[in-house]
Write a protein that binds this ligand. Structure first.
Ligand code: ADP
Ligand code: MG
Length: 360
């Protein structure tokens, strides 16, 4: 090819770069909601209300009673890589907050209309600001009446990314994914009251009470059909064979798992590793296999598991949406959890077990 025809390498526009990056963090209304819900929890909120229009595609709004945002921080709030949570790279190890990259609000501002209203404790009024492409719009922030905490509205998600917008599912499907994110955190963060509803509807589709227990919230969000058939599960260090393994791995697990009489339609694994809602397909498969041995064919289990590992064993920065985390000794850990779940399951079904296991 003649040199003259060779394409030149050019620097992309900053706005183009950011819009591309935004699409990695924000894939659909539920991923925007997850980021904002995590922000509210990081802000210490005990009461969180979510309102959606057209499955969160037209409007996604979240109100919390957390610590709010300082007026002077509002101007850089939606810039990329601005955060109140991380300072040095080393701090990532064992970070206690759910956020740390300062990318969520920035990303949202590149692909939607973002409005933030916030008031810190002791202020007489709040501030409202709108953002576009990482920048606070002229004339903002404006003083406004507000409650303590933060109200964030995301309107017309992907209005400027037509392909993405078209790829979204219908309102019901997108809304169900939002409810799924909320359901997971509602159980894990039991005690914090959360609700989610469609705009204009009087009734919430998800609602938990302040001070509720995890079991209360399993009932409230997954239904009594689930909560009636779960038992507490614990993998403590040093007890039994699985406990020994847990000891070596420095891991602890607690939660609720369904018993053999629960007949779910699909496997539901609500998994938190060091406080983060994550997915782990190999663990899910292993647990499914354990249950398959005792459950009737088409029945699937429900499991809520909270795994705690040393911060230095977990890489939280593995996935753009933080959907997956990396952790050390993955295979051993899965094996330890699987063994313990199987023990518990067998103990809970007593003599009714449909099959006997190898150890007998
Ligand atoms: P990160 O959570 O990674 O820091 P975000 O883009 O999600 O990045 O948020 C940027 C910053 O905005 C946060 O560090 C926090 O200081 C502030 N913030 C966002 N949402 C809230 C909220 N609901 N309440 C209080 N502060 C918030
Ligand atoms: Mg965040």
């Amino acid at each position: 090819q003649p040199l003259a025809e060779l394409p030149h390498i050019r620097r992309l526009d900053k706005a183009v770069v950011n819009r591309i990056a935004a699409g990695e963090v924000i894939q659909r209304p539920a991923s925007a909601l997850k980021e904002m819900l995590e922000n509210s929890l990081d802000a210490g909120a005990t009461h969180i209300v979510v309102t959606c229009k057209v499955g969160g595609k037209a409007l996604l709004q979240i109100q919390d009673n957390g610590h709010g945002i300082r007026r002077e921080d509002l101007s850089i709030l939606a810039e990329r890589h601005t955060t109140s949570k991380l300072r040095a790279f080393e701090d990532l190890e064992g970070i206690a907050t759910l956020g740390f990259r300062g990318e969520a609000l920035a990303s949202i501002s590149y692909v939607a209309h973002l409005t933030v209203t916030t008031m810190t404790a002791g202020s007489v009024h709040g501030w409202r600001a709108t953002y576009r492409d990482g920048v606070m719009e002229a004339g903002c922030p404006k003083p406004t009446a507000a409650n303590q905490g933060t109200l964030i509205s995301v309107e017309d998600l992907f209005w400027n990314v037509p392909l993405r917008k078209k790829a979204l599912k219908g309102a019901t499907e997108e809304y169900n994914q939002i409810l799924d994110v909320m359901a997971r955190y509602a159980v894990y963060k039991a005690g914090v009251s959360m609700s989610c509803k469609r705009q204009g509807e009087a009734r919430s589709d998800l609602h938990t009470l302040p001070g509720a227990s995890r079991l209360d919230n399993i009932r409230a969000v997954f239904g009594a059909a689930v909560s009636k058939h779960v038992v507490p599960f614990e993998l403590a260090r040093g007890s039994g064979a699985a406990g020994g393994a847990a000891d070596e791995l420095h891991c602890e697990v607690e939660g609720y798992i369904s018993t053999a009489d629960y007949e779910g339609k699909k496997t539901q694994l609500v998994l938190f590793i060091n406080g983060r809602s994550v997915e782990c397909t190999p663990l899910k498969r292993a647990l499914e296999a354990s249950y398959a041995a005792v459950l009737p064919k088409a029945c699937k289990p429900f499991l809520f598991l909270e795994v705690r590992l040393p911060g230095s064993h977990v890489d939280v920065n593995m996935h753009p949406t933080k959907k997956e985390v990396g952790f050390l000794h993955q295979e051993d850990l899965i094996e330890a959890v699987r063994t313990a779940v199987e023990e518990k399951l067998l103990a809970s079904c007593g003599n009714n077990s449909k099959r006997t296991f190898a150890q007998t």
